[in-house]
Design a binder for this molecule. Structure first.
Ligand code: PLP
Length: 395
């Protein structure tokens, strides 16, 4: 049966990360994957997560299945984190949520619920968007259109073009937005622009689906949720796909949640029931370990305080790296790299051609995507001068 089954190429991003791992150059630099790395090049475990893990290992008495909706502490902790106290209170029982295997699982279950409610719906995605969005949601059966977002000429958001494109969407269409730290561009709307977007979504009866994978990595936990909350002031319904991979550092544990806001409590319950049924068709119950750890971190005042401090330090370090990189590139090349300092989170497009990005890999062992998207958090004091010289050499 499988004799002539085609062998597929590796995922483009994972393939480049693998090529970097195989590169024997001891000074190679990996800026490919969207993974936070500390000054020593390690993706660290949060101190609060280590402590939660120690207590969990001591206390855990069973490995019986998780409930389909997931760990109650985790799910309620995520809802509170994303919505905040005021919005959470206003929405009350119009909110429900399901624990998922990572943010990908959340995007997928969100797509399943959309398809169940409106199989003909069009999902509008930013140009560009995270390359996994379309296969992840499209394999459910949804259709896509793109709205203009990142402008290479402006080196930033073309907000007029974004609004113009979304203005042509039909009532009932879905708009997929990155809640903060847009992947791959690092370019987010300003708070005023989020407000204008909220108006447009409300006026045209468009449903926002927010991919929220980087809360706390851009400007802070509250600041990064401000756009999403501004939209919730104007629209009655929303789907939010949350990942705990980056901001709680649980990447391999696959912890995430899909948060549903319905027009009323019945609608929210219906969305959750559909998500649970969709999960049952594919993987049944969510994985336990990561969500149990995050549930402990979010519900314990001590662990939560420790986690928030560490997350704020990570955020500060990324923003510091952006400034150092911007200044060093400008000083070495004589060109303007101000855009790097204005973006949020881990990603930035350097504005290089595919050929330049390839030369950086083959000639300098500096690995970035063909689009010249870099993971800023892959930089550190040791490799930053090397990356700056390498970029200058291909410009
Ligand atoms: C934009 C975006 N959404 C969702 C995810 C999902 O992450 P995970 O499934 O690893 O939690 C990622 C991870 O890179 C992402 O960049």
């Amino acid at each position: 049966m499988f004799d002539s089954l085609p062998i597929l190429p590796p995922d483009s991003i994972l393939g480049l990360a693998a090529a970097c791992r195989a590169d024997p150059d001891p000074d190679k630099v990996d800026l490919t994957l969207g993974v936070y790395m500390d000054e020593s090049g390690l993706c660290p475990v949060f101190e609060a997560v280590k402590q939660a893990q120690q207590s969990l290992v001591g206390e855990e008495q069973t490995k019986v299945y998780m409930p389909p909706q997931g760990d109650a502490d985790y799910v309620s902790g995520i809802c509170a984190l994303v919505l905040g106290t005021a919005t959470g209170k206003t929405l009350g029982d119009r909110v429900s949520a399901v624990q998922t295997p990572g943010g990908c699982g959340a995007v997928r279950l969100g797509a399943e619920v959309l398809f169940a409610a409106a199989p003909g719906a069009t999902v509008w995605v930013s140009d560009p968007t995270w390359p996994v969005h379309i296969p992840l949601m499209g394999s459910v059966g949804l259709q896509f259109k793109t709205y203009r977002y990142y402008s290479p000429e402006l080196r930033g958001l073309d907000f007029e073009a974004m609004l113009a494109d979304l203005d042509s969407a039909a009532a009932g269409d879905v708009v997929l937005l990155h809640g903060c730290c847009h992947n791959p561009s690092g370019v987010d709307p300003s708070l005023a622009q989020w407000g204008a977007l909220a108006e447009l979504l409300a006026e045209r009866h468009l449903l926002p689906m927010i991919d929220f994978a980087y809360q706390g990595m851009g400007a802070g936990l509250e600041e990064d949720a401000a756009g999403l909350r501004a939209i919730l002031e104007r629209v009655p319904e929303m789907i939010i796909a949350v990942s705990s991979s980056k901001n709680i550092g649980l990447y391999r544990e696959r912890a995430g949640a899909v948060v549903f806001v319905g027009g009323d409590a019945r609608a929210a319950d219906a969305m959750t029931s559909q998500a649970i049924a969709a999960a049952r068709r594919v993987y049944s119950m969510p994985p336990a370990h990561g969500a149990l750890l995050a549930g402990r971190v979010l519900s314990s005042p001590e662990l939560r305080a420790s986690w928030q401090v560490e997350l704020a330090q990570i955020c500060e370090r990324i923003n510091g790296l952006r400034i150092d990189f911007r200044d060093a590139l400008a000083a070495t090349t004589g060109r303007n790299f101000d855009f790097i300092g204005k973006e949020n989170g881990m990603f930035s497009f350097l504005g290089l051609s595919v050929e330049q990005a390839q030369r950086l890999r083959t000639e300098q062992s500096v690995y970035m995507l063909d689009s010249s998207r870099i993971n800023v958090a892959g930089l550190n004091a040791r490799n930053l001068p090397r990356v700056v010289d390498a970029v200058a050499s291909v410009l």
